[in-house]
Design a protein around this ligand. Structure first.
Ligand SMILES: Nc1ncnc2c1ncn2[C@@H]1O[C@H](COP(=O)(O)OP(=O)(O)OP(=O)(O)O)[C@@H](O)[C@H]1O
Length: 478
């Protein structure tokens, strides 16, 4: 039998040449004699056919190859089946949904017997972590609660009639650079036909989280370059409970409301949509309380920024101010102190690294086109650099002073009014007494802070409060 090289190709000069890499034939088309081929094949067949070891070896090899193919097929089949039948949802702790989902799971899927009524979704788990939360009751008191939540590991729960597997994984080798917290991922897997339950579950988790914040004020603080909630949401303080001098509250409120309604006006004129407020005045006059109550009345959050915070530099500050969550007021307290401190070095040699010029640049926020409301407070208006309080950085500056006669009277009637033990006329008369007394003391150069009045009214009944009042006035210069 002649074996011809079927791969020969014509060379450029018209001769036939071997295809590269083939060596079994020559370029001249040399044929191998049939006898030689028959002899060698009969030797091989006698070796294989007659040798039981060879036969067994080939048999085993065949089984091995078969098993490998089967295994590969199974893996492939499982993956394909998994892809076709199962669907996974991954949520990592960079996303807000992560907290919502865990809170939802802790709320709905407590480890419990499936007989329990609230556990349509119940958790089957062997790896639990404890989560401590403070629950505020409607009367203002609070209690500490412990909840068992799904820890890192694999868990099962049932939701909407479908079984779901939840894997919570924590990355131990790397951390979020800025916040120092480990990366975490939750992967929820269920049957493909139940994929619609994911969006339902996430919506439920979001609604639950937002319901928990309804009527509450969320305070955030800077955590690295992110804003994170600080403690549990607090009950909103009614705006009228902070008693400011006549017209002060209205002035600020009107300005903020006018600003919030003029987004388009700012956009049309290419003006950055931001507004800065400065409340200045003595300690305990209600600056912080007012800003918090105002945020609550607008249903805004508060982002509390401490300029003296360790590790806060110009870049981070700029980032934080430009990336505050939507519907939030940025509150910077004691702005004067931050830059006095800058000159000082604390005991452990730490110096705040926010520079004054860096702060001004961050306030100007070139990078930010978003709505931004900043409130600053200070007890020392006179010591502020004029560059800080120029329009554009501080658009409205308001004095929130010690108690005026009318403030003292209003706070008194708010505290004691409505009490069944004293007639309203008597409260009114005593209120007028408080007012007159305040007028008299002020003409003598004496004052009282609203915080001191509040303390007095908390500790005493109305008659005792009126009697003790004179002791609390202090000289304006002290
Ligand atoms: N005008 C006010 N009306 C009602 N309560 C007030 C008022 N001012 C102060 N208080 C009460 O006094 C306490 C301290 O008030 P707050 O912290 O708001 O004062 P502040 O002016 O921000 O003080 P500081 O300048 O020291 O930060 C709060 O408990 C608050 O309820």
């Amino acid at each position: 039998m002649a074996i011809h090289n079927a791969s020969r190709t014509p060379s450029l000069d018209g001769q036939v040449a071997n295809a590269p890499g083939l060596t079994s034939t020559t370029s001249t088309g040399l044929a191998i004699p049939q006898d030689a081929g028959t002899a060698s094949s009969s030797i091989i067949s006698s070796l294989i056919g007659d040798n039981p070891y060879f036969q067994a070896g080939f048999g085993l090899m065949g089984v091995g190859v078969g098993l490998t193919i089967l295994r590969q097929g199974l893996v492939f089949g499982t993956t394909a089946l998994r892809r076709r039948l199962l669907v996974s949802l991954e949520v990592n702790n960079k996303d807000r949904a992560y907290e919502w989902f865990l809170a939802w799971l802790a709320h709905n899927a407590q480890p419990a017997a499936p007989t329990s009524r609230r556990t349509e979704s119940w958790l089957r788990s062997h790896q639990l972590s404890v989560e401590t939360a403070v629950e505020q009751r409607s009367n203002g008191s609070s209690s500490v609660l412990f909840r068992l939540v799904a820890g890192p590991g694999t868990h099962w729960f049932k939701y909407g009639g479908a079984w779901m597997q939840m894997k919570r994984e924590r990355e131990t080798r790397s951390m979020q650079l800025m916040s120092g917290t480990p990366w975490e991922t939750v992967t929820v897997t269920t049957l493909s036909r139940d994929r619609h339950l994911f969006s339902k579950l996430l919506a439920e988790a979001r609604d639950l989280a937002l319901r928990g914040q309804e009527g509450k004020l969320v305070i955030r603080t800077a955590w690295g370059i992110e804003w994170k909630p600080f403690g549990q949401p607090r009950r909103k303080r009614p705006l009228h409970s902070v008693v400011l001098d006549t017209g002060v509250s209205e002035k600020v409120e009107q300005d903020v409301n006018a600003f919030l309604q003029r987004r388009q006006w700012y956009a049309d004129r290419g003006i950055p949509y931001r507004r800065g407020y400065l409340l200045h005045g003595p300690p305990g006059s209600g600056k912080t309380s007012y800003i918090q109550a105002l945020a609550g009345s607008l249903s805004y959050d508060i982002c509390l920024l401490n300029l003296s915070e360790r590790g806060l530099g110009d870049d981070k500050l700029n980032h934080l101010l430009s990336n505050a969550p939507e519907r939030s007021i940025i509150l910077i307290e004691d702005v004067d102190a931050a830059f006095n401190k800058r000159m000082q070095t604390s005991e452990d040699g730490y110096q705040s690294s926010v520079t004054f010029s860096g702060f001004l640049n961050a306030l100007d926020g070139v990078a930010s086109g978003e709505e931004r409301i900043i409130f600053m407070t200070t007890n020392h208006f006179g010591s502020l650099d004029p560059a800080l309080i120029r329009p554009g950085r501080v658009d409205l500056s308001v004095l929130v002073d010690n108690a005026s006669p009318i403030q003292a009277r209003t706070l008194f009637t708010r505290f004691y009014g409505g009490s069944e033990s004293i007639r309203p006329e008597l409260i009114e008369r005593m209120g007028r007494q408080v007012e007159e007394f305040t007028v008299k003391e002020m003409s003598n150069g004496k004052e009282i802070s609203m915080a001191a009045l509040q303390g007095l009214f908390i500790r005493n009944n109305a008659q005792d409060a009126v009697k003790t009042l004179p002791e609390l006035f202090v000289d304006r210069r002290t």
